[in-house]
Write a protein that binds this ligand. Sequence first.
Ligand SMILES: Cc1ncc(COP(=O)(O)O)c(C=O)c1O
Length: 384
Amino acid sequence: MKELSHILANKTPKSKIRQLFDLASGRSDIISLGIGQPDFRTPEPIIQGNIRALEKNITQYAPTRGIPELLQLIGDKFSKKNNTQVDWKHNIILSNGGSQALTLTFASLFNPGDEIILFSPNFISYFYLGSFFGVNVKEVRRKKDFSPDFESLKKMINEKTKAILINSPNNPTGYVFTPNEIRELIEIVLEFDLYLISDEVYENYVYDGIEHISPASFKGLFERTITINAMSKLYSATGFRLGYVVANNKIIDLMEKYHQYTIAGTNHAAQYGFKEALKMNNNFFNDIFQSFTERRDYSFKRLKEIGFEVVKPKGAFYIMPSVEEFNLTGQEFSEKIIKEKGVAIVPGDVFGKFSNNSLRISYAIDIKLLEEAMARIEDFVKML
Ligand SMILES: Cc1ncc(COP(=O)(O)O)c(C=O)c1O
């Protein structure tokens, strides 16, 4: 038979995260620190909003960009929370989660051969989307504290460079850009006439009084910034599969075209759930974010005690310790600890070429389980 897609077959090995979790299948003693979603229940108004829509028989195709009431609420949210006035009729499109917002972005910005630059380590999908769309993804190594290295970034820019992609708060490092870093980044974007893709799916998970900043809010940036967000992480609703893009109208028009011929639109009834989410009082999250702060602090403290070199995360719900001091790669550490101690941890090399010697730990699990996982990690490290 003729060859299948070589892009999918060759360039994208089976997810290493999946392979790792295959090792755990059938075992009931496994504690997973690999989870990329919060552990609280999706808030009730969201669930009820979805149910009511289904009861009203809202089961037909939705408008391709999304239902107007929801786009309007997202527009309001973007002006209040992200300090950027947008025209909801022209600047917003809904997507199947943040993941498909990224697909829309790659589909509408790039031509094969274009280059994109990101700080590495970074979220895994960016690398594969590059392969799918023939885009060369160039990685700039983060500094030791995971902050961006702008000097190296500038050296990598050439005539093929079309965009810089940032994800702040970051998966997997937990790094959050400072206001000065955002300013420096913007100067580079403007100087080299680039687009800026800003993946903000963790915007609410910031600690120590840090404020999330959207680059689109800076003067002259809206036209060249593609902001990606989703209801997945904030509302613990990853299964709703709803996200959105905010960008200039030309980009959104192209995205709508791509939508029409690929997915036709997003889940209609779920959009009514998202609508309720945007109407919720943010106080609802006070206790939740407090508990994430505690788990962040606890994970950092324990990993340091155990002997890891580790940077304290400023956002998201991941922490990325180095395993260099144990003379193991991240892969070796992950494989051994899942077999010997039943703790599932994602190896760092999944997130780019500069993180072979690290691990990504998600602390979005119950504190008791987190305590048990840390005890097992400590036992494991003592045996090395
Ligand atoms: C940085 C980042 N962007 C996008 C996504 C995708 O989000 P969604 O689940 O809404 O597709 C994730 C999910 O883990 C992520 O970590």
